[in-house]
Write a protein that binds this ligand. Structure first.
Ligand SMILES: CC(C)=CCC/C(C)=C/CC/C(C)=C/CC/C(C)=C/[C@@H]1[C@@H](COP(=O)(O)OP(=O)(O)O)[C@]1(C)CC/C=C(\C)CC/C=C(\C)CCC=C(C)C
Ligand SMILES: [Mn+2]
Length: 388
């Protein structure tokens, strides 16, 4: 049987990515070999790691920003889709206001953080926040038992409409406006929906590669959506890709932290988001998780998982100072706050079965000025100031 081999040689520079966090792989040359058998059927395709797949999205979003290629900026007529007797400007203002209200209601600290951004950026971040929250609510909210893959397909169609300036409601209208104004690619949004699909069909992850992909879908995507809005500092010398990598890392770090905090809660819903091969290596099984006993094996396993989450936070730190000055504070605040959840798991002696790790009010309050200081002086200078 004859087969045609199509070889796609990729630009080596475009494939310089993070591999196994902390180790930067230089010029990894990857050739995708797509084989078509008789009748055009795909015969074999070498398996790419999740990191390689995700890195392609990073590159696409980064190049969109570099080229300052903006959305088509179609003047959309809100009157056609939203009833009301007022001008586009009025509708948009109240659409953004409502996004702000949702944000203030569901994510108070983060809402506070956005107050330091310019009004335009703040509103755009709110619009993205609301879309992410609504997407997550589909699979985690009160109606989640009725959500099918078809419902997610419809949500994705609606997303395409939003990107093509056909909003369905006020929240969509704010997002339509945002994505027409900033160089935001649709792919991370689609990928977040893919993450929700994954949640519907999958409750175990064989290895970290599978978990990494899930974390990218539901959280790394948020980093990629946010940076085009937050903006990169004009004086930054870092490459756009490296900044997007850091943003991706922050999302992954947050989601890994979420997973470690919620082990007990997830297990009670029949879900284990921990890599099965690593559990087995540690001599642990699903039954150990379901029984919820904190043993020495569990503590050791958790130490490794926490270490990995911290490495992603470290990777993220490298990019925060490259963001435009007004965007650094909320990002530092979210990084410092989320990272402390890991400290809290340790303080609970790794009992994430019956205790919920959280950041206390005092630490929360202290983190905000600390984040502000780091944003202003940089992490190194601030440490020096306090060491004197
Ligand atoms: C260079 C650099 C470091 C730039 C920073 C880039 C940046 C702003 C990254 C943000 C990362 C971030 C906040 C990711 C969110 C991760 C997260 C918690 C995802 C949650 C997914 C599902 O989890 P799960 O169901 O297990 O958990 P719950 O019990 O439901 O909580 C999410 C809930 C997905 C939906 C995400 C959101 C609602 C958050 C969206 C946030 C923004 C758009 C704003 C981000 C901006 C700032 C300033 C942090
Ligand atoms: Mn959720």
């Amino acid at each position: 049987m004859s087969s045609i081999v199509v070889r796609v040689n990729c630009d080596a520079k475009s494939l310089v990515g993070i591999s196994s966090i902390g180790r930067r792989e230089k010029s990894v040359k990857v050739c995708s070999r797509i084989r078509f058998g008789s009748g055009g059927a795909v015969v074999a395709e070498p398996k790419r790691s999740s990191e390689e797949r995700v890195y392609e999205v990073v590159l696409k979003q980064a190049s969109l920003v570099r080229e300052e290629k903006r959305g088509v900026n179609i003047e959309f007529d809100l009157q056609k889709t939203i009833e009301g007797d007022c001008s586009n400007g009025d509708i948009l203002n109240s659409a953004y206001d409502r996004c702000g209200e949702v944000c203030a209601e569901y994510a108070k600290t983060f809402y506070l953080g956005t107050q330091l951004m310019t009004q335009e950026r703040r509103e755009a971040i709110w619009a993205i926040y609301v879309w992410c929250r609504r997407t997550d609510e589909l699979v985690d909210g009160p109606n989640s038992s009725h959500i099918t893959p078809t419902a997610l397909d419809m949500w994705e169609q609606r997303l395409t409409d939003v990107f093509e300036s056909r909003p369905y409601d006020m929240f969509d209208a704010a997002l339509s406006h945002t994505v027409s104004k900033y160089p935001v690619d649709i792919q991370p949004f689609k990928d977040m929906i893919e993450g929700m699909r994954m949640d519907l069909r999958k409750s175990r992850y064989n290895n970290f590669d599978e978990l990494y992909l899930y974390c990218y879908y539901v959280a790394g995507t948020v980093g990629l959506m946010s940076v085009p809005i937050m903006g990169i500092a004009p004086e930054s010398k870092a490459s756009t890709e490296s900044i997007y990598n850091a943003a991706l890392a922050l999302g992954i770090a947050n989601q890994l932290t979420n997973i470690l905090r919620d082990v007990g809660e997830d297990a009670r819903r029949g879900r284990v988001y921990l890599p099965q091969d690593e559990l087995a290596q540690a001599g642990l099984s699903d039954e150990d998780i379901m029984s919820g006993k904190v043993t020495e094996k569990w503590r050791n396993f958790m130490k490794g998982q926490i270490k990995r989450a911290r490495m992603f936070f470290d990777e993220a730190e490298k990019g925060v100072s490259e963001l435009s000055s007004a965007s650094r504070w909320p990002v530092w605040a979210s990084l410092l706050l989320y990272r402390q959840i890991l400290d809290s798991i340790e303080a609970n002696d790794y009992d994430n079965f019956t205790k919920r790790a959280y950041v206390g009010k005092v630490n929360k309050l202290l983190s905000l000025p600390a984040a502000y200081g780091i944003a202003l002086f940089g992490p190194k200078k601030l440490t020096k100031l306090f060491m004197r």
